[in-house]
Design a protein around this ligand. Structure first.
Ligand code: ADP
Length: 402
């Protein structure tokens, strides 16, 4: 622990030897905003960076309560915090930098990083706030997130593109069936009309039409699923059942695949709901199951096991195959973009899958197997979602350690 009293002494010596004008010019050249308030939260110093940040001039805010610069929900509680601090000495924000929202003169809010120190002065206790405007960093983060979401979607579209012929085949089946059923109904009626038994034909036709309806429904739901994977949409978190999400993704992946590959599904029952972007997590499962399929297809007794479970504060999905595994010298570049072992591969699947898992606060790891053992990929997703935005946190929050 460093000695704070010594530091305070140092500051006082310096203060005593420099003129007010010198101090003002130093404060005004600082890139960061600097605000000094007294024990009653009245603004005493408001440097030029603050003027730029908040749109107020120092003269306008001098002597006013600092809550002027906070969003209403914090402004209300700030005085109470200050007086509780004076009474109890229990600091809730002193000494720690944190991200909070600030209020501009025009009524808009913007994110800042705020750290607060305190100083004993001959005029009483004062608090010094150092502020950094985070708006441009936040904008950059947002743009980066948007780009990432676009890339993730692009990978999804390209994966579907690769599955194109299998999907066409899958759709063709129900559509052909519908056509055959409808022809059969037509024939039924023609025959019945000739023989004069139309009432009997009605019953049979109804049964056939019901089959045709079921097939049409199947075709529709396949198209619906594809649409939801291709659609441009903002990433979203939903509380979902992991098993259902995984199962759906596996269904989609096995479309049109080699029937000689066995896919076993081993889902743990009773898992808690989890807050995830279901489409993105399905994308990861589809990627991993397709890779596993590529690794085992054409091999005798090819087998993929998809399982779910819980580990500590995480839900896990494991995808394991009995293919050749991944050679030791390939493991390090496995999750790098554009590294592929396939002639037609883009090498994006695993890189994007890991990005998705990590953006959920989880991870994607691999046991590469090899020497007779297949690879095993593990997706880990936290049960309690990470705070989506630290800005939503309180302006003041109890300090983790005293
Ligand atoms: P792509 O599938 O486009 O090549 P990926 O990032 O999904 O890109 O995979 C990269 C490479 O990792 C694959 O080309 C393949 O060589 C290897 N790989 C991935 N999964 C497995 C697996 N289950 N078994 C063996 N090799 C695998």
């Amino acid at each position: 622990m460093h000695d704070r009293s010594q530091e305070d002494d140092g500051a006082r010596v310096v203060l005593g030897s420099v003129s007010d004008a010198r101090w003002a010019s130093i404060l005004n050249t600082a890139v960061d905003g600097i605000i000094v308030i007294d024990e009653d939260a009245r603004i005493m110093i408001f440097n030029r960076a603050c003027e730029r940040m908040f749109g107020y001039s120092a003269a306008e805010v001098a002597g006013r309560n600092v809550s002027l610069l906070m969003p209403p929900e914090h402004a209300q509680t700030h005085d109470a915090y200050l007086s509780s601090y004076r009474r109890t000495g229990h600091a809730k924000i002193i000494g720690i930098g944190r991200e909070v929202r600030a209020r501009h003169r025009d009524g808009t809010f913007f994110p800042i990083d705020l750290s607060v120190g305190e100083a004993e002065t001959p005029d009483g206790r004062q608090f010094v706030g150092i502020l950094r405007d985070l708006t441009s960093r936040k904008d950059a983060e947002r743009r980066l997130n948007e780009l990432q979401a676009d890339l993730i979607r692009l990978a999804r579209v390209s994966a579907l593109d690769e599955m194109g012929s299998a999907l066409a085949h899958e759709l063709n089946q129900p559509l052909t069936a519908i056509m055959l059923y409808l022809q059969a109904v037509g024939r039924e009626f023609a025959r019945a009309k000739e023989a004069g038994h139309t009432a009997e034909a009605d019953g049979r036709a109804e049964a056939i039409l019901e089959k045709a309806r079921r097939e049409a429904h199947r075709a529709g739901s396949i198209i619906q699923r594809i649409r939801s994977l291709v659609e441009k949409r903002a990433p979203e978190r939903k509380e979902v059942e992991l098993n259902a999400i995984v199962d759906d993704a596996v269904d989609l992946t096995v479309i049109g695949q080699d029937r000689n590959v066995t896919i076993l599904r081993d889902y743990q029952a009773g898992l808690p709901l989890i807050s995830i972007d279901p489409v993105q997590v399905q994308q990861v499962v589809v990627n991993l199951v397709r890779n596993a399929y590529e690794a085992v297809k054409g091999r005798k007794g090819g087998r993929i096991v998809v399982s779910t479970g819980a580990e500590d504060r995480y839900l896990v999905v494991a995808i394991e195959d009995n293919g050749p595994g991944i050679p030791a010298d390939k493991v390090s570049e496995l999750f790098q973009a554009f590294k592929t072992g396939k002639r037609s591969g883009m090498g994006l699947g695993l890189a994007i899958s890991r990005t998705i898992a990590q953006s959920h606060g989880g991870d994607l790891t691999v046991d590469p197997g090899g020497e007779g053992r297949g690879a095993r990929f593990l997706i880990r997703l936290p049960i309690a979602a990470p705070a989506p935005d630290r800005l939503e946190q309180e302006w003041t929050r109890p300090r983790a350690s005293g």
